[in-house]
Design a protein around this ligand. Structure first.
Ligand code: ZN
Length: 93
């Protein structure tokens, strides 16, 4: 089985992980993480590849320093938005 995969999702998840580890002031519950991911991905161009299920693909071949810096900037913005108005409720936590 083959499917489309947006490499940007992996990159954004990776960067959110990295940033949230350093930001103890930001909620890292599943809802907030996904909100941060959604906001970031909506502001970034997708990078689609065709992939076989379970196939390992090169993650770094689309990456360079400037690109990573831009990603970090977008994710930082998304973190700030979610931090200012988190959408989680007590019931979801
Ligand atoms: Zn939360």
């Amino acid at each position: 089985m083959i499917k489309l995969h947006n490499l940007m999702e992996d990159e954004v998840e990776y960067i959110i992980d990295k940033l949230l580890k350093k930001r103890k002031d930001v909620c890292s519950c599943e809802k907030c993480r996904l909100d941060i991911e959604a906001i970031s991905l909506n502001n970034l161009p997708p990078k689609y590849v065709v992939t076989k299920m379970g196939e390992i693909y090169e993650r770094l071949d689309i990456m360079n320093f400037q690109f990573e810096a831009d990603l970090v900037k977008e994710v930082e913005k998304a973190i700030q938005i979610v931090k200012d108005s988190p959408h989680h409720t007590d019931m979801e936590r």
